[in-house]
Design a binder for this molecule. Structure first.
Ligand code: G4P
Length: 555
């Protein structure tokens, strides 16, 4: 599966000579997110991973969706059901891999949740700035779906290596080759299966580990457990035993594997890390088939935390003094506390609870002493954390996504790019007497990056326009307005679907066009909102000199 015999010390992205405490800890970390379309099985897989890492002893409580609210994180549900230590943003667990190919290795896995489950929001994108690898989860019957494609594009743009997992192999679906063809054709990334399934989708018996030239190395046969609630027992067989056990199904698997090799679809670590190929695994998250192999693959192939470029262009290594990037701010996670938690991903050095760090954006010291580090529902404190880890700082009101924290050696990481909004709404306070709170709340939500706030003279300050990547962001805003700021608000959707960057010179002419309105965003960028792409094309044809630049969707 990999060229390295010890994935933690010999990973291609780490220097084998580095033996500092931080480096050793960092090398053990694998920080990843699952990217998928709703219903592909992300929650079920998360639970299955936790089961295999022995964080929970039985799965099944949260498989069903009944009663789930879309705004409540699945992980919160899982926490409630199981009492396990998860926050709604990151699930951390120790995992001792027993790789089919490698010596046992102790790792710390950080699984960062991609929120906006039924919806799309900036948060979803931002989370991907905090991970080193992504698991692209695909439903075997449905293949690539729209949200998976969008998230894939973000990962590709950011150079995040992707491991593909084809889920629900226990259910009738497409064929192996059909699914792999779809991946290479539609996203241009070559799928390189590490295993092929034995038995067609709907008749999942086990998996064949592929060796050189696609030759079978081993057969891993799975046994169902009642309701898929516990780890599915595996039995390992040689190719000749497998041929006897599975007959035609084995022959088909071997043929498929050889065919893939003939087409060059074999794993190569360099091209995987370069984002050109994606190792593929087949699984049933529900039956817990193939889940151990997903964890082992993460340990063996996913890159550990590495250096990150600062705004000055110089990379910071994991051994530099402590630095971290805030990638998400979440308010009101615990309705009893009404708090606001800033989640940071540690980039370099060691975090110790209570240390005083500098907030790069303001230059002010920031104490983490009283800011509880949050992990899990009980908010148990984390005494120390290392590169790759996600730590939640409670009531860190000055922090916003993209902000940097550091000690000793000043550093600032590039801001997290804002994304091209596709949904627009005007927001109004129900009562004009609450205008002051309304203003304050808008500023707060703007600084947190919950939505982008646009203004122009015609609409005035009392009715700003909110721009969002996903429509659910508007509901989040009105809910927070009520609960945190006691301002009742209502929003009305605006009939625009595109935003283009423009400038003062073009603004007057654009404002005269039908289906166009010009605004200034809080960061000073001028945006023209346009009703649809046909209107945009028409204006560009009629007025070719006007500035109408696409916003970079993912930088
Ligand atoms: P999501 O978080 O990606 O939205 O997906 P989730 O895990 O909630 O799974 C969506 C549905 O797919 C669930 O069915 C779940 O049980 C099912 N599922 C997930 N993984 C597998 C798998 O490997 N095989 C099969 N056959 N089904 C899988 P549901 O109908 O919503 O709930 P339930 O009543 O089946 O539990």
């Amino acid at each position: 599966m990999t060229e390295s015999s010890n994935p933690v010390s010999d990973h291609p992205l780490t220097s084998g000579d580095d033996r500092s405490g931080v480096a050793i800890q960092a090398r053990k970390r694998r920080t990843f997110a699952v990217i998928s379309h709703p219903d592909a099985g992300k929650s079920t897989l998360t639970e299955a991973l936790a089961l295999h890492a022995h964080v929970i002893s039985e799965a099944g409580a949260v498989h069903g969706k009944s009663g789930r609210k879309s705004t409540v994180s699945d992980w919160m549900e899982m926490e409630k059901a199981r009492g396990i230590s998860v926050s709604s943003t990151a699930l951390q667990f120790n995992y001792r891999s027993s790789g089919d190919n490698a010596a046992a290795t102790d790792c710390v896995i950080n699984l960062v949740d991609t929120p906006g489950h039924a919806d799309f929001s900036e948060d979803t994108y931002r989370v991907l700035t905090a991970v080193d690898c992504a698991v692209m989860l695909i439903d075997a019957a449905k293949g690539l779906e729209p949200q998976t494609l969008k998230l894939f594009q973000v990962c590709k743009h950011r150079g995040i290596p992707i491991i593909t997992v084809i889920n629900k192999w226990d259910r009738p679906g497409r064929s192996v080759l059909e699914l792999l063809d779809e991946i290479s054709e539609r996203i241009g990334m070559m799928p390189t299966p590490l295993y092929v399934p034995v038995g067609i989708s709907g008749d999942f018996k086990g998996i064949m580990r592929r060796g050189e030239g696609g030759e079978p190395e081993e057969y891993i046969k799975f046994t169902r457990t009642a309701g898929g609630a516990t780890i599915a027992p595996e039995s390992l067989h040689s190719p000749s035993e497998a041929a006897e056990l599975e007959d035609d199904d084995w022959v088909t698997a071997v043929e498929e594997s050889q065919l893939l090799s003939a087409m060059g679809q074999d794993h190569n670590t360099d091209s995987f890390l370069a984002g050109e190929t994606s190792p593929v695994l087949f699984a049933s998250a529900m039956l817990n088939f193939g889940v151990r192999q997903i964890l082992d693959t993460l340990v063996e192939l996913a890159p550990p935390p590495g250096p990150r470029a600062a705004v000055d262009g110089k990379p910071r290594t994991i051994n530099d003094p402590f630095s971290a990037v805030v990638f998400k701010v979440q308010a009101g996670m615990d309705t009893a506390h009404r708090d606001r938690i800033a989640f940071m991903r540690i980039v370099s050095g060691e975090f110790e609870r209570g240390m005083v760090v500098t907030h790069a954006q303001t230059g002010r010291p920031f104490t983490t002493k009283y800011a509880q580090t949050m992990f899990g529902r009980d908010r148990s404190t984390v005494e120390s954390a290392y590169p790759g880890d996600v730590v939640g700082l409670v009531n860190a009101t000055a922090l916003a996504p993209g902000h940097t924290l550091f000690t000793d050696k000043p550093v600032e990481y590039p801001p997290i790019p804002s994304f091209a909004p596709e949904h627009f709404a005007v927001l109004r306070a129900a009562s004009s007497s609450k205008y002051k709170q309304f203003r304050k709340a808008i500023d707060q939500l703007d600084s947190e990056g919950v939505v982008q706030v646009l203004r122009n003279d015609i609409r005035g300050d009392a009715s700003p326009v909110l721009a969002a990547v996903g429509p659910m962001q508007f509901e989040v805003v009105t809910a927070r307005m009520t609960t945190e700021f006691s301002v009742e608000t209502q929003f009305d959707r605006l009939p625009y679907t595109l935003a283009r960057r423009t400038d003062m010179e073009s603004a007057a002419e654009l404002s005269r066009q039908r289906g166009v309105e010009v605004f200034t965003r809080t960061d000073g960028v001028m945006l023209a909102l346009v009703s649809d792409k046909w209107r945009l094309q028409f204006i560009q044809k009629e007025h070719p000199t006007l500035t109408l630049e696409p916003l970079v969707a993912t930088a």
